[in-house]
Design a protein around this ligand. Structure first.
Ligand SMILES: NC(=O)c1ccc[n+]([C@@H]2O[C@H](COP(=O)([O-])OP(=O)(O)OC[C@H]3O[C@@H](n4cnc5c(N)ncnc54)[C@H](OP(=O)(O)O)[C@@H]3O)[C@@H](O)[C@H]2O)c1
Length: 278
């Protein structure tokens, strides 16, 4: 399958609009599952120090680039600093540890995993990331799970506008206030749990559109993300689902179908509220 089209971030770096999510991919299976994704055409992999599988991601990248004509620079890799490593010096140390596990010289995107407002450290953490960005060790920096107030506070105190904010987003949680703020500042929205951890797949509006289009519910939801201008990072375990989730560039939703999905927003999270993670 062809790789996904790329979107340009606010510093000119380009990122595939569909990436492969690796949360809860067990460490021993990671290299095999990420290899399935790379073989299927994914050129964007999302991991995090928390997931305990950066080594497997690194192994898949090494083996795949050694055995194909795809070079490292064609694959976009994101990882994230975990909450307990927030702070200037500890973020620099956490970055080194992630890079050593990934076995990479340069990272594509480094994110603050959660704002953790009670820790009060996200500005210091981001300043360390700005340092990594200026030194060329990371091509883009950004945040994850930032609410509008966290983003405003960060942008007031730092120099580099985040390239992305990776947040929970799917038809049941559309986050319009946040995505409008992103648009205003040139921040790309990356949708985590783009399928609502699988729950949104059985929504009757989604299954009905899927039947009308003759495609799977997962493809309908991921196509909706693409048409919203978001980047989506679905996770799947089988080769069949991994391929299916990338196959969203050969059809379109009608305006009526898009409006029906817009009507599903009900502010329903599958994960934690960012103010409650510390
Ligand atoms: N920044 C953050 O705080 C944060 C938080 C959560 C997640 N994330 C990132 O976002 C990624 C995706 O989120 P997620 O894993 O929570 O949820 P998701 O991608 O919305 O959903 C994954 C679930 O959907 C199922 N699925 C996937 N494709 C399918 C298909 N074509 N048909 C039927 N079922 C399908 C998967 O099953 P199988 O695995 O059994 O195939 C899995 O149970 C994560 O892997 C991680 O990289 C980031």
């Amino acid at each position: 399958m062809e790789p996904a089209p790329k979107l340009t971030l606010n510093n000119g770096v380009r990122m595939d609009q569909i990436g492969f999510g690796t949360y809860k991919v067990p460490a021993p299976d990671t290299a095999d599952v990420v290899t399935l994704a790379l073989r299927a055409g994914y050129r964007h992999v999302d991991t995090a120090a928390l997931y305990g599988n950066e080594e497997g991601v690194g192994k898949a990248l090494r083996d795949f680039t050694a055995g194909s004509n795809v070079v490292r620079d064609e694959i976009f890799v994101t990882t994230k600093v975990w909450n307990t490593d927030q702070g200037y010096d500890s973020t620099l140390r956490a970055f080194d540890a992630s890079m050593s596990r990934l076995d990479l010289d340069v990272l594509d995107l480094y994110l603050i995993h959660w704002p953790c407002p009670e820790r009060g450290l996200f500005v210091d953490t981001y300043r360390a990331m700005e340092e990594l960005y200026r030194s060329g060790r990371v091509r883009a920096i950004g945040v994850s799970n930032f609410q509008p107030n966290h983003l405003r506070q960060l942008m007031d105190a730092t120099d580099v506008v985040p390239a992305v904010n990776q947040v929970e987003l799917h038809p049941w949680l559309q986050q319009h206030e946040l995505t409008n703020l992103h648009r205003e500042h040139g921040i790309r929205t990356v949708a985590w749990s783009p399928l609502g951890r699988g729950a949104v797949l059985s929504d009757p509006v989604i299954t009905s559109i899927a039947a009308d289009l003759g495609v799977s519910p997962a493809r309908v939801i991921l196509r909706w993300h693409v048409e919203q201008g978001s980047i989506a990072i679905p996770k799947a375990s089988s080769a069949e689902r991994i391929k299916e989730n990338l196959d969203v560039f050969s059809f379109e939703l009608t305006p009526e179908q898009s409006s029906a999905i817009a009507g599903l927003d009900r502010n329903q999270r599958s994960g934690s509220h960012p103010d409650q993670v510390n």
